[in-house]
Design a protein around this ligand. Structure first.
Ligand SMILES: *Cc1c(COP(=O)(O)O)cnc(C)c1O
Length: 383
């Protein structure tokens, strides 16, 4: 069997090469490389695809989170509730605004923010909540919004992993005040380089985001805010416009792969456990997580069998050095810590072939079973 990579980006680029090259040539010949028609067109096409009235393209998902919180007025003295089980950019954006992140635990069934934990973390300083649609799974936005709205708490969705995910047909990114997206190359919609966006239904917020993105300029040389250079280059937008029409098809393929994985790993013979998501969730499987109590051993065996894996994420934010200066920002996070210690991400990208999926399943099914709480011998083959 040939090795199955954890992720492989060149195939997708090769499939679209003629169109990508034509788009690149269009930009090269236009003489307009920043702040032009490609970004404008991409923003309109993206807004339509994500079901949001306004999309503001920017330089990365991290930049999007920072400017969204900033545009919504988050600053020092504010507390922002989020999860520790996420990519660091979620929490870093809160720190960049001078606010204090308050980490709450996640729901054991979905690995997304627990609405009841959010509610119990609210103080009179709580200004915003940042739920993360981790692994491409929608967070429980309805419950979170029902808690946040009456208290005037701002909602910023971190949708960096969830382009196209929905709950009973309602797309993620449409229930908060703003949603942030990443086009990092491995994301469900990946740029040829870096990129991000913020979507919102507020025309007023969209104006502020455009000013913040452009060094605080309202008009040429009129700087009305402490802004940033978070602009998206024309070339990036032109190439993303080629990829955007394929997003649904790619997400559909991820769903097919997830279904095959689910079928295998939900069986009683499976040595790994997987989540059973509640009905109505329409995830887009940015990551396919499985859990094994002896993760290092399991990953080593998979590697020997030619299956590359990842971990999302081994070190939760609340124990990262960057978050320590802000004092004790967290309560007990048992689910976060359990997932951080046992999660293994299997290969999951649209170009995986059926035979590669079969190879992954076979390799996982032949892992040692953690079974019955008895400790496993270190090396099963010699035992
Ligand atoms: C990727 C990611 C980000 C940051 O996006 P970049 O484009 O890499 O800056 C933020 N949050 C989550 C959950 C992510 O997965």
């Amino acid at each position: 069997m040939r090795a199955v990579p954890f992720v492989e980006l060149a195939t997708q680029a090769a499939e679209l090469a003629p169109e990508l090259l034509a788009a690149a040539e269009r930009v090269l010949r236009s003489g307009s490389y920043v702040g032009g028609s490609e970004v404008d067109a991409f923003e309109q096409e993206l807004a339509r695809e994500l079901g949001s009235p306004h999309a503001i393209a920017c330089s990365s998902g991290s930049a999007g989170l920072h400017m969204a919180l900033k545009a919504l007025g988050i600053g020092s003295g504010d507390e922002v509730v989020t999860v520790s089980h996420t990519f660091a950019a979620t929490g870093i954006a809160i720190l960049q605004c001078g606010a204090k992140p308050i980490f709450v635990d996640i729901d054991a069934a979905t690995a997304t923010m627990s609405a009841s934990q959010f509610e119990s973390a609210i103080t009179d300083k709580t200004r915003a909540v940042v739920p993360v649609h981790i692994y491409g799974r929608p967070a429980d936005m309805q419950s979170i919004a029902a808690i946040a709205r009456p208290r005037g708490i701002i909602i910023v969705e971190d949708a960096a992993q969830a382009h196209g995910a929905a709950v009973r047909g309602v797309p993620v990114g449409t229930l908060g005040d703003a949603a942030c997206w990443s086009f990092y190359p491995t994301k469900n919609l990946g740029a040829i380089g870096e990129g991000g966006a913020v979507t919102t239904s507020s025309a007023d917020l969209a104006v502020r985001l455009r000013i913040l993105r452009n060094v605080g300029q309202r008009a040429k040389y009129e700087h009305v805010m402490l802004g940033f250079n978070y602009r998206m280059p024309e070339l990036t937008a032109a190439l993303l416009r080629v990829k955007l029409p394929h997003l649904r098809r790619w997400n559909q393929r991820r769903r097919e792969i997830a279904k095959q994985y689910d079928q295998a790993f939900k069986s009683t013979a499976s040595p790994v456990t997987v989540d059973s998501l509640p009905d109505g969730l329409e995830p887009v499987h940015h990551v396919y997580p499985v859990y094994h109590s002896r993760r290092d051993l399991a990953r080593e065996r998979l590697q020997e069998a030619g299956v590359q894996t990842g971990i999302h994420y081994p070190v939760p934010l609340h124990v990262q050095p960057a978050f320590q200066p802000f004092g004790p920002t967290h309560r007990p996070l048992p689910v976060t810590e359990r997932i951080a210690a046992t999660e293994i991400s299997l290969p999951m990208f649209p170009e995986l072939t059926d035979s590669q999926v079969d190879d992954v399943i076979a390799a996982v099914m032949s892992l040692p079973r953690p079974g019955g709480g008895r400790p496993l011998p270190d090396r099963l083959d010699g035992a």
